[in-house]
Write a protein that binds this ligand. Sequence first.
Ligand SMILES: [Zn+2]
Length: 271
Amino acid sequence: MRIASFLAVLFVFSADLSALELKGPLVQGGLIIGTAKPGSVITFEGTRLKSLSNGTFVFGLSRNAPPTIMLKVHTQDGQIQKHLLKVKQRIYKTQRIKGLPRRKVTPAVRDFDRIKRERDLLINVRNSISLRNNFREGFIWPVKGRISGVYGSQRILNGKPRSPHLGVDIAAPLGTTVLASAKGTVSLVHQGMFFAGKTIFIDHGLGVGTIYIHLSKILVDKGQKVNQGQLIGLVGKTGRATGSHLHWGLSWNLIRLDPSLLVGSMRLKQD
Ligand SMILES: [Zn+2]
């Protein structure tokens, strides 16, 4: 499927000529960057979005986003513009992975506390909304290699159904350099999560973040500002992984998006 063909730029002009501009793919997993007249209040499916002072806002379309969503712009002069947006629906594949350590698929009771603690850490960083606008400057592939896992696929691990895969896996030799996909601030480093292994999370502003997991080495510190293309770590297979690869994820708050929609094709081989 050629997702890139859905890349849409939508301009909506209201009667008072205040423009709403949306950039990004209106497809499940897509990140949309919007601009409205400064001072406008935007609601997405009934939830108020945080905006920058120049009118920039963002929202993400989840893996299971419905076929239509409602965006409302409340202008400073009291008007409400309603925009019913169509969301392209995707069909997800099923991926079967065997050979994972049994405990990583069915954790032991003694692992539960640790798993919850680590999940809470990720919820916290994903939910923190900074007022930077680094997400506007574009994204690059953090590693180049064969795509060994795509966004959204249903996962059967060691024969057991598990949560969908909400990122992109890029196979690469152990020790391959991992680059920051976009400018941002490192908001989490973790030296060994139960599922994710060595993990880096970068905050790009307004709730947009990227995550890099299963690393063999982390080369940045929490709080460090990084530029796009900066070396941040090395590919590994820590956590729940059968071979060395980078799992690259994108999120808007707690909504997990498809990072491959942000970047041009590499050798976008779908599996
Ligand atoms: Zn993955």
